[in-house]
Ligand binder design. Structure first.
Ligand code: IPM
Ligand code: MN
Length: 357
């Protein structure tokens, strides 16, 4: 079977980590008899340099014509002072919107062989941690009306958080379906003690779950409490569903609990099977071009693409197993280095994982 994959390498370490994932996908293709065809398109800072905009038309067209999309990372110091409309981040927000990717799944998992990497006390994480954050991705305050002005000689600015029932229901569906396949416990995070949009969120999530997933329990948690609970007792979480902004913040916190952000991937999907898969970490311009960046998060993102967009479950398992084996053999990139382990470069890590498949 032939799969057309659009690759948005982006900035900083983006091209190196995408190259690592492509190496592994090619090996999977050879072993399982698939033909993965990669077409690269610019996004973010490199697109600003090349085309003057962070999300060129050809990139949107290429992604919409592909079977799925792999993204490295965008951004860097070089573009930090540009006007907001031509910042690299706009490219990322833009492609999510253009592809209709309203659902972002960010699993924060503590790998067995890396449990020592968590900054939390051993007793809090020794039973294992896997928090699956389902973040609404194309609504809320990141896409709401905004503006700025001046009143009585003083500057002001505003943004709006707005959610419709339809937007909440479709993300509730994703979260409920996931929860029903796992522990049947869903935690919905909001700020319903203050925000009107959160009160609608809460009512809608409960109504949807009761009607379509009567077998799962939905528990509400206020976002400030959730921030605290993630570090106090991370094992209580399984699937967590929340809005765009809360999910952005809590997913970074949950990632940090695992102590190895270089190991975490995310998937963004809409109504069809075409998705966008990316590592959770950023473009790390300080280490770009040095071949020390950990490619595993991007390799895992590619694995999620095989599973969630192409239903290639066996191939997903093969990649995950290969990563586990390489870690068990003691190979580590700099970010996850531990005493007694063998330090390898980013490209060596990708080669080791590919070899293991
Ligand atoms: C993320 C990033 C983006 C977001 C930025 C770069 C726009 O922080 O993917 O979490 O907030 O969605
Ligand atoms: Mn973020």
């Amino acid at each position: 079977m032939k799969y057309n994959i659009a690759v948005l390498d982006g900035d900083g370490i983006g091209p190196e980590i995408c190259a690592g994932a492509i190496k592994v996908l090619n090996k999977v293709g050879k072993k399982f008899g698939h033909d993965f065809v990669f077409t690269h398109y610019p996004i973010g800072g490199c697109a600003i340099d090349k085309c003057g905009v962070p999300l060129p038309e050809e990139t949107v067209k290429g992604c919409l014509a592909s079977d799925s999309v792999l993204l490295g990372a965008v951004g860097g110091y070089k573009w930090d002072n540009l006007p907001v409309d031509i910042r690299p981040e706009k490219g990322l927000l833009g492609i999510r919107k253009a592809m209709g990717l309203y659902s972002n799944i960010r699993p924060a998992k503590l790998w067995k062989s890396l449990s020592g990497a968590s900054p939390l006390k051993d007793e809090l994480v020794k039973g294992g941690v896997e928090i699956i954050i389902v973040r609404e991705l194309t609504g809320g305050i990141y896409f709401g009306e905004r503006g700025k002005g001046e009143e009585k000689g003083e500057e002001y600015a505003w943004d709006t958080e707005k959610y419709s029932v339809h937007e909440i229901e479709r993300i509730a569906e994703i979260a409920c379906a996931l929860a029903s396949k796992r522990t049947k416990k869903l935690i919905s995070v909001d700020k319903a003690n203050v925000l009107e949009s959160s009160r609608l969120w809460r009512k809608t999530v409960h109504g949807y779950a009761a009607k379509h997933y009567p077998d799962i329990t939905v528990e509400d948690m206020l976002v400030d409490n959730a921030a605290m609970q993630i570090v106090k007792n991370p094992a209580q979480f399984d699937v967590l569903v929340t809005s765009n902004i809360f999910g952005d913040i809590l997913s970074d916190e949950a990632a940090q609990v695992t102590g190895s952000i270089g190991m975490l991937a995310s998937s963004s999907l809409g109504d069809g099977t075409r998705g966008l898969y990316e590592p959770i970490h950023g473009s790390a311009p300080d280490i770009a071009g040095k071949d020390i960046a950990n490619p595993i998060a991007t390799i895992l993102a590619a694995a999620m693409m095989l599973r969630d967009s192409f239903t290639l479950t066996e191939e997903y398992d093969a990649i995950e197993g290969a990563i586990q084996n390489v870690l068990d053999k003691g190979y580590r990139t700099a970010d996850i280095m531990q005493d007694g382990c063998v330090s390898v470069s980013g490209s060596e890590m990708a080669r080791l994982v590919a070899e293991e498949i």
